[in-house]
Design a protein around this ligand. Sequence first.
Ligand code: RB5
Length: 148
Amino acid sequence: MRISIGSDHAGFEQKQQLVEYLKSLGHEVTDRGPDTDDRVDYPDYAIKVAMDVSFNRDDFGILVCGTGIGMSIFANKIVRVRAANVTIPEFAELARAHNDANVLCLSGRFIDIDTNKEIVDKFLATEFEGGRHAKRLAKLLPIERTGA
Ligand code: RB5
């Protein structure tokens, strides 16, 4: 799969480890930065990764900040992006199966790397179930068009 990934300083260390992990699994990884753990603003990276997914340059996005919350707030402002802030593997599965989430937002400060790898595994391995969930997600379309 093609995966775009980014972080801020709080998620940098785990982002680096996830880049290597994803590559070892054979995924094509676009690392949108940052390249160091210097202090940065998470919105700048959330938008870059969300744009990659929105314009289908990548299949999925992964964002890591302190909590994952700020990343998800910004990524969800980009059209066609459904970002989920996930802290347990079960929610990763449900975010894909029920919500067709295409951007995964992780906490680099409160969740350990092994759990985050498990979350990533579940997220990438789970298909959207469609059906009643697709009907619900279709209600996003008019909101995305009009902003109302
Ligand atoms: C940075 O200190 C922190 O606010 C950020 O990483 C993130 O947790 C925001 O949601």
